[in-house]
Design a protein around this ligand. Structure first.
Ligand SMILES: Nc1ncnc2c1ncn2[C@@H]1O[C@H](COP(=O)(O)OP(=O)(O)O)[C@@H](O)[C@H]1O
Ligand SMILES: [Mg+2]
Length: 379
C-alpha cells in the first residue's frame, strides 16, 4: 500500500507500478536467487539498491516455498548485534506458534531468548543471551543451518554489509564464509554502498569471500528509461510535461535515482498540472534551500583545502584527472600532494565518490543537490 498519493517514492518501495526500469538487474538478481548463487551487490548510496531488493522480494513473495528476509546492518556495531539481528528477523518471518516458527523457538531456547517491545517501532524484538565470544561465533552458523534444514528456501539480504569491517571482531568474514559453504536452501545477498570496502571484502584474493559470490553492480537508470517513466507517471495523473523539461530534470540530478525522485516528488506536490520551466526552477531552489543549513555545516567540518577541492569537483561535475596541472592551477589547489590528501579525506567522509566500475573512472560529488549548490558559490 502506498503511504501518500505521490507516485514518486523518496523513502520507500511502494510496488512495481511506482518502480522505474531495472528490468535486467531484477532478472539477474532473481536468477541468482533461483539458482542458489550468493550475490555481492554494489551500488552508490541512493541509487536504488534497497528498492531493487524490495522489488525482487515483492515479486518472489508470491512463491509459496520461499521466504525473504531483508536486514539492514548499518546500525550494528559488533558480531553480537549481527547475531541478534539475524535471530530477530527469522523470528519476525516465521510465526512462533506453528511450523518452522515453533521449531525455531525450540532451537534457540538454549540462548534464553527474550522478547521485548521496541519502543520506537512498537514491534516485538527478540534478543538472545549470548555472553561468551566463542558461543556467539557459533550462533550465526547455527541459525543459518537451522534455516537450511527446513522444507522451504530462504533468501537473506544483508544491506550495508561493509559495516562488518567496523566490528572489533576481525573474523566475521571467515565465520560467515564457512557457514555459507554448506548451505543448500539459504541464499545470501550482500549489499553495500562503499565501493572500496566492498572490494576489500569480495575482490581480495587473500580474504575469505574471494570468488565466493556472483556480483551485481548497479549503475544509473538509463536516460531513455527514466524519461519514459517520468513522463508516463505524470501523464497517468493528468500532468503535462514536455521532453525538454524531463531532460532538464535528469541533467540536474545526473540521473541519480534519489535526487531525481525528490525533484519529481516536489513537482507533483506543487500540483500545477501544466509543468513549466519556471516551476522546475522553483522546485530545484526549494530542495536546495531546505538543505542549505546542512551544507553550511559540511563547510565547518572540512578544512579550507578540502572545501576548495570539493567546490572544484562540483564545478567540474565529473573529474577524470585530479592531479593534472591544469585542474590544480585552475582551482588554485596548491600541489598534487595536497590534492591527494584532501581527495582521500573527502572519499573517506563519503562527500565524493570514485566510480571505478565504468569505462572511464571519475570522481564526483555524492549529493547532487550539494553539487548544484556548490556550483553557485564563487571560487
Ligand atoms: N527503480 C526505481 N524507481 C523509482 N524509485 C526508485 C527506484 N530505485 C530507487 N528508488 C527510490 O530512490 C530512493 C533511493 O533508493 P534506495 O533503494 O534507498 O537506495 P540505496 O539503497 O542504494 O541507498 C528510494 O527511496 C526509492 O524510493
Ligand atoms: Mg539502502
Amino acid at each position: 500500500m502506498k503511504e501518500s498519493n505521490n507516485p514518486f517514492d523518496i523513502n520507500s518501495y511502494s510496488g512495481p507500478e511506482y518502480f522505474c526500469d531495472r528490468v535486467q538487474e531484477t532478472a539477474a538478481l532473481t536468477q541468482h536467487i533461483q539458482s542458489h548463487r550468493h550475490t555481492a551487490f554494489f551500488a552508490l548510496r541512493r541509487l536504488g539498491k534497497t528498492a531493487l531488493i524490495r522489488h525482487v522480494f515483492h515479486l518472489l513473495g508470491k512463491q509459496k516455498n520461499r521466504k525473504c528476509i531483508y536486514m539492514d546492518i548499518y546500525a550494528s556495531q559488533h558480531l553480537k548485534d549481527l547475531t541478534n539481528m539475524l535471530a530477530n528477523h527469522i523470528y519476525a518471518v516465521f510465526p512462533e506458534n506453528k511450523g518452522i516458527g515453533k521449531k525455531f523457538w525450540e532451537a534457540i531456547k538454549l540462548f534464553r531468548p527474550v522478547v521485548s517491545i521496541d519502543p520506537l517501532s512498537g514491534s516485538p524484538e527478540l534478543s538472545l543471551d549470548i555472553s561468551q565470544p566463542k558461543q556467539f561465533e557459533k550462533t550465526i552458523p547455527q541459525l543459518l543451518q537451522f534455516l537450511d534444514q527446513q522444507s522451504i528456501k530462504t533468501v537473506i539480504a544483508i544491506d550495508e554489509f561493509q559495516q562488518i569491517l567496523n566490528y572489533p571482531e576481525k573474523n566475521v568474514e571467515a565465520i560467515l564464509r564457512t557457514a555459507m559453504q554448506n548451505l543448500k536452501n539459504v541464499t545470501l545477498i550482500f549489499c553495500g554502498s562503499n565501493q572500496a570496502m566492498m572490494q576489500q571484502i569480495f575482490n581480495s584474493a587473500k580474504r575469505p569471500f574471494y570468488a565466493s559470490c556472483s556480483s551485481i553492480n548497479l549503475q544509473q537508470i538509463p536516460k531513455a528509461e527514466y524519461e519514459a517513466f517520468i513522463t508516463g507517471t505524470f501523464k497517468k495523473y493528468r500532468f503535462k510535461i514536455t521532453g525538454e523539461i524531463t531532460a532538464d530534470i535528469l541533467s540536474f540530478t545526473k540521473l541519480h535515482t534519489y535526487y531525481t525522485q525528490c525533484l519529481c516528488h516536489e513537482l507533483f506536490n506543487m500540483g500545477i498540472k501544466n509543468i513549466q520551466p519556471a516551476q522546475v526552477q522553483a522546485a530545484k531552489l526549494k530542495l536546495i534551500q531546505e538543505r542549505e543549513g546542512t551544507f553550511f555545516q559540511y563547510r565547518n567540518l572540512l578544512t579550507a583545502t578540502q572545501w576548495q577541492l570539493l567546490k572544484a569537483i562540483a564545478k567540474e561535475e565529473t573529474l577524470l584527472q585530479p592531479y593534472a596541472n591544469q585542474f590544480i592551477s585552475k582551482y588554485r589547489l596548491g600541489s598534487a600532494a595536497i590534492v591527494k590528501r584532501s581527495l582521500e579525506s573527502l572519499l573517506q567522509k563519503e562527500m565524493i565518490y570514485y566510480n571505478s566500475s565504468v569505462e572511464v573512472p571519475d570522481y564526483a560529488v555524492y549529493d547532487k543537490f550539494l553539487m548544484r549548490w556548490l556550483q553557485q558559490l564563487s571560487l
